[in-house]
Design a protein around this ligand. Sequence first.
Ligand SMILES: Cc1cc2nc3c(=O)[nH]c(=O)nc-3n(C[C@H](O)[C@H](O)[C@H](O)COP(=O)(O)O)c2cc1C
Length: 365
Amino acid sequence: MIYDKILKPVFFKFDPEVMHHFFNKVGEGLGRFGFTRSIVRMSCGPVDDEILHTEIAGIKLNNPLGVGAGFDKEGRIIHTLDAIGFGFAEVGTITGQASPGNKKPRLWRLPEDRALAVNYGLLSTGADAVKERFANYKRNSPWPIPVGISVAKSNLPNLSGQTGLDDLLSAYQKLEQFASYVTVNVSCPNTGDGEQYCKDPVMYRELLSMLDAKHPTKPVFFKLSPDLSQDRYLEIMHDTDRYAWAKGFITSNLTHDRTNLKSKYLSQATSGGVSGPHLRKLSDEVLAFMYRNGHSRYQFIGLGGIDSVEDAYRKIRLGASAVQLVTSLIYNGPLWPSQLLRELASRLREDGFKNIKEAVGVDNL
Ligand SMILES: Cc1cc2nc3c(=O)[nH]c(=O)nc-3n(C[C@H](O)[C@H](O)[C@H](O)COP(=O)(O)O)c2cc1C
């Protein structure tokens, strides 16, 4: 109530990118000290319920809800994300070289659609800066929850072909050591060639083989676009199959599709991908299709448009072993993860499951 009626109307008066930065600063401050973390924890009431204990790619999770890439781009607020109740966090996307991203404005709220239009263009301080900071954090205190690190090729005009691949792999090599799992973001919709690796079979195969040559030691997930053809999803799963370190897919990233959006601000958001409920059906369809065709080999993280407990539960029943959200955290506030998880635990019990793992894929076999 306080967030919805008082804080959000104030926050929403300011530029969305300024507010994103502000929340990261506040989150970083709150996560720094034990007593501020305790205050956040007491205010948000994180859920610890055995029915939600699960695992993905061998990583134990206290609950299946993670924050998706893009909220904590630089891995600065992991302790606060833990305190508000997330079971894991995906940080990034972090690129090899630093990149200033696209020209501002590059983030828009679409309130009538409870969505965002995102055109950051893989803004990142680069893998070296993040590595240095993470090395310090890890010495002082290990992550409180499992952390996925999302990496991609920098959005710099001089990087393409082999130099682009080298850039992505350098981010991978520098940051893998700090991650519980690594996500290779092959689907950024707002860079010049951010989607090339998921769209172009030759580039994707080249990426797989070069990654293999680095001998990955952590589970690797690939984050896919929701806008590909079914044949392409099948081809991606087929090409990835031979690499044992490749454990699964995150479905999905933002969509290019803008049909039926109602927001009056849409005309200002001239480029960029769209998040939120508008994306839900599309990302659910991709998840369902990939799970049906690949569940014996891969695990899936469901992401895109989760704005209610039904949305999260549906993704799990369609085949997601874990789920992530970004946009609904902004629209619903910091109590939202605990509320969602409490309701999810009740729904699982009502439906007779002893543990969430039993629900994965039940609507899709
Ligand atoms: C502000 C913002 C920044 C994002 N940045 C990234 C990013 O850097 N890397 C990435 O893989 N996805 C990024 N995404 C996409 C989200 O991780 C997610 O795939 C998408 O927003 C759909 O989920 P949602 O509907 O729960 O927001 C970003 C999304 C938003 C809203």
